[in-house]
Design a protein around this ligand. Structure first.
Ligand code: F6P
Length: 304
């Protein structure tokens, strides 16, 4: 996100605009908490995790009272346009700003879940995927030396893409995702079949939106006479220095969204489609992420 903030600030300044950074997301906006941003304010942040603007979960904005508060803050701030960096919830809010409050908004997709319609990738996904892959590779060393089964829970909210791609990238035996109903008896049969064919261990990834790892561990322990452990990767997946690929994505998105906003475009989100930056309407819907998970699952079955 910081790479995107830097790109937005510097592109806007170069384009002759004044820039303020809204602190703590929607909560900060509702309190008109905006800080002037210079080029120096975004120096040295490209490689850092988190966001210098900070953020906040703010469900209040979905209600009338929250929206009124934001409306009052917008009058005070006198903004001419806004770039919103976030996920689908942020863009639903962005559509309200654009349509109800007539504030031109451009969106930049950022979530490790990679479930935003209109882009092949969102900022953070590649970094989180690499963190998960690194963790699973390390856990596999113990799985292999102890001949154990490991159940590893991966984030992703209601989308299984992060878990699925982590599974494909680490050669996991099973990946449990919310998009596909799972059958624990069938999973156990496949795992035992693997041992019969000479496998010495098994790694099962479970997307947090499908089930919790302790539950899967408990159920497997009641069905299999094997040593089983579980690990929840948790928020470690949301931190650390971003991958080069995420830095590039964030930079391209930040520059493009800001240039478009300065050129008078609004109500859209930038996205990467193929290798090009394209736009879609803010808050669009699609089941592309789901289809991708299903296609990946077919590939996984071919390979295990
Ligand atoms: O949506 C991004 C995400 O990282 C999900 O993968 C995860 O479930 C959630 O946010 C965690 O959010 P919080 O830190 O608010 O619990």
């Amino acid at each position: 996100m910081n790479a995107a903030v830097r790109a937005v600030v510097r592109t806007a300044l170069t384009g002759g605009a004044e820039v303020v950074g809204i602190q703590r997301g929607w909560l900060g906006l509702s309190e008109a908490d905006a800080k002037p941003m210079t080029s120096r304010d975004v120096a040295g942040i490209l490689h850092t995790g988190g966001t210098v603007l900070r953020t906040f979960r703010y469900p209040d904005f979905t209600g009338a009272a929250g929206q009124e508060k934001v409306g009052r803050a917008l009058k005070k701030l006198k903004l001419d346009g806004m770039v919103i960096i976030g996920g689908d919830g942020s863009f639903r809010g962005g559509a309200v700003l654009d349509q109800k409050f007539d504030l031109p908004v451009m969106g930049v997709p950022a979530t490790i879940d990679n479930d935003i319609p209109g882009t092949d990738f969102s900022i953070g996904f590649d970094t989180a995927l690499n963190i998960a892959v690194d963790a699973v590779d390390k856990i596999r060393d113990t799985a292999s030396s102890h001949g154990r089964i490991f159940v590893i829970e991966v984030m992703g909210r209601s989308c299984g893409l992060l878990a699925m791609e982590a599974g494909l990238s680490t050669g996991a035996e099973e990946v449990i995702v919310p998009e596909i109903p799972f059958d624990l008896d069938a999973i156990c049969q496949r795992i035992e079949g693997g041992y019969d064919r000479g496998k010495q261990h098994a790694v099962i990834l479970v997307a947090e939106g499908a089930a919790k790892a302790p539950y899967i561990e408990y159920e497997l322990k009641s069905r299999l006479k094997r040593s089983i452990r579980m690990v929840v990767l948790g928020h470690v997946q949301r931190g650390g220095s971003p991958s080069a690929s995420d830095r590039m994505l964030a930079t391209r998105f930040g520059v493009a969204a800001t240039q478009m906003l300065l050129a008078g475009e609004r109500g859209k989100m930038v996205g990467m489609v193929g290798s090009r930056v394209k736009t879609t309407a803010l808050g669009s819907r699609s089941d592309a992420a789901r289809k991708q998970v299903l296609a990946h699952q077919e590939m996984l079955r071919l390979l295990t």
